[in-house]
Design a protein around this ligand. Structure first.
Ligand SMILES: Cc1cc2nc3c(=O)[nH]c(=O)nc-3n(C[C@H](O)[C@H](O)[C@H](O)COP(=O)(O)OP(=O)(O)OC[C@H]3O[C@@H](n4cnc5c(N)ncnc54)[C@H](O)[C@@H]3O)c2cc1C
Length: 312
């Protein structure tokens, strides 16, 4: 694997976090591809995080936040600058009355279960999305007709100076699988206004969601979940898997990367199961082939939901 040479800023990084050079990132993602982080920061509190955000922006060193890496395909050359994994802390979850508060590093499932245990409904769909709150906010993650921002009443961010700010949810312009967080900013936490419900009903709902996912999705294979965004065709929203299927791409393969036979909108790391894991280059090539075939056969320009990050 490629190694980054010692960057001239490494010794200057702010005190507090533990920094490690050349950390392989594949294991920090659910699809199991990706080269090394030039530097990885282990941050244990928000004051350290704020100082790091401020320093990186002031010194023009890229800072890439990662949650569970369940929506990221990290390129084989890795990520320049500092990568910070928020899922290793910074993860408070609290329920107060009908309000759920969760910080960026908390797993979506932890937040969903905290709401359920408090008998609050409206966020059960989160239980099946294998990411952390920061990634869910960034992506406006959603399922079964619900989106992360639907019931959010308050959001806190760190701005480019590392200052904590509360911003109105509308300021972040949540849309289908995206938000407009300004460059250099980071999601810190959010609050959801939920409604009282029956704990057992919510438990059943969450079990049903998990059951439905495990029958329709290749959860036994490394993947990044939905590869493409759904498509609007003749004014109607069409699931991306249908489009991939109609174009005849189910099962297509490049190296270790494959369009899942089980769910045509999941690209899986089939090679990882065979001892020769796919690379980010395999996934890029496969995606380009599928996109070209969809364009040629159906005249549709399909957009990726997964985020390719880093250098080749
Ligand atoms: C099996 C499977 C099923 C899935 N099902 C769904 C689904 O039903 N619906 C859905 O929407 N998604 C789904 N996903 C995709 C993914 O789980 C979601 O997008 C999730 O919200 C991403 O969270 P994460 O913590 O893994 O983010 P990451 O992949 O770590 O990061 C995603 C992006 O957010 C940025 N980011 C992370 N934290 C922060 C932060 N604190 N501030 C600013 N930016 C940040 C990262 O830099 C990156 O650009 C699925 C994935 C898998 C593997």
């Amino acid at each position: 694997m490629k190694e980054w040479p010692l960057p001239n800023w490494f010794e200057e990084l702010p005190e507090g976090p533990v920094y490690t050079r050349n950390v392989p990132l594949a294991d920090y993602t659910t699809i199991k591809v990706g080269g090394p982080a030039e530097a990885m920061a282990e941050v244990t509190d928000w004051a350290q995080m704020a100082a790091l955000v401020k320093w990186c922006n002031a010194h023009a060193v890229a800072l890439t936040p990662m949650g569970k890496g369940s929506n990221m395909v990290i390129r084989d050359g890795g990520i320049a600058g500092v990568v910070v994994n928020l899922a290793k802390g910074l993860d408070a979850v609290r329920v107060d009355g009908n309000v759920l508060y969760a910080e960026a590093g908390a797993a979506n499932g932890t937040a969903a279960r905290a709401a359920r245990e408090a008998g609050l409904e409206g966020i059960a769909f989160f239980g099946g999305i294998p990411g952390a709150i920061g990634g869910a906010l960034r992506m406006n993650a959603g399922a079964y007709g619900f989106e992360t921002f639907d019931r959010i009443t308050r959001v806190w961010v760190l701005d480019a100076d590392g200052e904590e700010r509360e911003v109105a949810p509308e300021f972040l312009a949540p849309r289908y699988r995206g938000t407009a967080l300004p460059m250099g900013w980071l999601y810190k936490a959010a609050e959801w206004q939920l409604q009282a419900g029956d704990k057992e009903e919510i438990r059943k709902q969450m079990q049903e969601i998990n059951r439905a996912r495990s029958t329709s999705q290749p959860l036994h294979m490394p993947s990044s979940g939905s590869w493409f965004k759904n498509v609007v065709r003749d004014g109607e929203r069409v699931n991306a898997w249908r489009i991939v299927d109609e174009a005849g791409c189910r099962g297509m393969r490049v190296g270790g990367a494959q369009v899942s036979e089980q769910h045509a909108n999941f690209f899986v790391n089939a090679g990882a199961k065979e001892g020769t894991p796919g690379t980010a280059a395999d996934f890029e090539a496969l995606s380009q082939m599928v996109e070209a075939q969809i364009s040629e056969k159906l005249g549709i320009v399909i957009e990726r939901e997964v985020r390719f990050t880093g250098v080749e």
